[in-house]
Design a protein around this ligand. Structure first.
Ligand code: ADP
Length: 258
């Protein structure tokens, strides 16, 4: 049928330019995976077609966060098919390729090759890939910036000075590779009381915002330490908490302007 053929050609011609948003931190445990999952959901809620890549070989947590723990991707035409999640976002994770107890044995080239398999995959019409990076500045990060050229990077830090120092190293890696820094997110910033909702600041306040100013990068917002965020995450339901919405709106605006 001529009509169908025309539609097919039109779809091929309209191939999306897919953009990678790397979510990085200087060290582990600062909430980078939580931010990645919620940023992916937030950008999807704003109308983007989002895929999620979990490149954190040391602690791949996205299958659990996205409610598809134990899933294994199939392959079509030698490329991996992202696993559909209940949230409607496709996911590929290092955790689906490497058994948890073998991650340490994966040296540089293997890990870098695995990253490429996750990124060069059957992402279909996804226009945005949110990539949860491993913490620090190793082989996976280098492959990421040199080979896959992210459109921009989001840096996650806690308010404590130590993780801010580490965050500065991560920022440096992207800067040297010419990857724009979209901004810094301060996570676990203040404690939201589960009873009355009042915010207190056990680690001090404003450190990350000041650091962002000093580094000349935008501040994307503060996410409080909130038990509701942890329990939703543990339940495989990284449900777009209100605190993350503002961050997604800012990243979306950055993508429009870029
Ligand atoms: P990373 O990816 O940096 O190692 P995770 O996203 O895995 O960090 O977060 C570490 C732990 O902290 C997880 O148990 C997660 O649910 C919890 N967590 C992260 N951010 C918050 C937050 N804002 N409020 C409460 N718990 C959080």
């Amino acid at each position: 049928v001529p009509g169908i053929a025309t539609v097919r050609i039109a779809q091929t011609a309209q191939r999306t330019t897919r953009r990678i948003i790397a979510v990085a931190s200087g060290k582990g445990g600062v909430g980078k995976s939580t931010v990645s999952a919620n940023l992916a959901l937030g950008l999807q809620a704003l109308g983007r077609k989002v895929g999620l890549v979990d490149a954190d070989i040391y602690g791949p947590s996205q299958p659990k966060l996205m409610g598809v723990e134990g899933s294994r991707p199939q392959a079509t035409d030698k490329l991996l098919d992202p696993v559909p999640t209940p949230h409607g976002i496709g996911l590929l994770s290092m955790g689906q390729l490497v058994p948890a107890d073998q991650a340490i044995a994966w040296r540089g080239p293997m890990a870098a090759g695995a990253l490429t398999q996750l990124i060069v995959a059957n992402w279909g019409d996804a226009d945005t890939l949110v990539v949860d990076m491993p913490p620090g500045t190793g082989d996976i990060q280098l492959t990421m910036v040199q080979k896959h050229k992210p459109a921009g990077a989001v840096i996650v830090s806690t308010p404590q000075d130590l993780s801010l120092i580490d965050a500065k190293r991560a920022i440096d890696l992207f800067r040297k590779a010419g990857v724009p820094i979209i901004g810094l997110i301060e996570n676990m910033a203040g404690y939201a009381c589960p009873h009355c909702g009042e915010l207190s600041d056990p680690f001090g306040k404003g450190g990350a915002e000041t650091a962002a100013g000093e580094l000349g990068i935008p501040f994307l917002g503060r996410i409080p330490l909130d038990i509701a965020i942890r329990t939703a995450s543990d339940a495989g339901n990284a449900a777009e908490a209100g605190a993350f919405r503002e961050v997604a709106v800012r990243v979306d605006a950055w993508m429009r302007a870029a």
